[in-house]
Design a protein around this ligand. Structure first.
Ligand code: GTP
Ligand code: MG
Length: 206
């Protein structure tokens, strides 16, 4: 795949307290490497990876692969960067909410992270839709115990989130709706043809 050669641009954002392993998780996912030295993230960073997503058809068989350009935003967990990093929440289509199993406070803070990104997202109808769905089905938030050091479950966690988002988009396309920013490589939104001259079509119907 060359640089602009993909079907969907998908943006995920990793968040959680400082030191829980966001950067390490993403580094393991994109580069299959682990660094035991702690270099705290300043502000925001991002990594990228190309993957092929194969949706399963109605018969259960994998359909044609879709070329995905994954943009993985890595936020700083430190409080002093909070206003900067939350400004990026609205562009994310999925969140990797990370806590450290050996640090209880980082788990307790998960609730605060959820309310922060929901609040930011509520400013934008598209994300509010996803967000409220998550709230309604709280118990259905997928959970994985991962290790950036051994790579255990790292790919699986991202692949599960990708599948969730792609399935939601497929459902939304059925209802003539797709989030902004999902751009095909020809530079046009994949719903340009659907939303033209019809403001109601830009509303989320999920
Ligand atoms: P901020 O950038 O400050 O928000 O922190 P972060 O969440 O990005 O943490 P980072 O990935 O930098 O990891 C912090 C420390 O934990 C580093 O020393 C990592 O090597 C270590 N670490 C991260 N994930 C793991 C893991 O899965 N296993 C082990 N053993 N150590 C980890
Ligand atoms: Mg970091």
């Amino acid at each position: 795949m060359s640089d602009g050669d993909y079907d969907y641009l998908i943006k995920f954002l990793a968040l959680g307290d400082s030191g829980v392993g966001k950067t390490s998780f993403l580094y393991q996912y994109t580069d299959a490497k682990f660094n035991s030295k702690f270099i705290t993230t300043v502000g925001i960073d991002f990594r990228e990876k190309r993957v092929v997503y194969k949706p399963s058809g109605p018969d259960g068989n994998a359909g044609r692969g879709q070329r995905i350009h994954l943009q993985l935003w890595d936020t700083a967990g430190q409080e002093r960067f909070r206003s900067l990093t939350t400004a990026f929440f609205r562009d994310a289509m999925g969140f990797l909410l990370i806590f450290d199993l050996t640090n209880e406070q980082s788990f307790l803070n998960v609730r605060n992270w959820i309310s922060t990104f929901c609040w930011e997202s509520l400013l934008f109808q598209v994300k509010a839709c996803f967000c409220l769905l998550e709230f309604k089905n709280k118990e259905r938030l997928p959970y994985f115990e991962t290790s950036a050091a051994t790579a255990s479950n790292v790919n699986k966690a991202v692949e599960t989130l990708l599948e969730l988002i792609m399935k939601r988009m497929e459902r939304c396309v059925d209802k003539s709706w797709i989030p902004d920013g999902v751009v095909r490589s020809n530079g046009h939104s994949s719903t340009d043809h659907l939303n033209a001259n019809d403001p109601d079509k830009s509303k989320c119907a999920c």
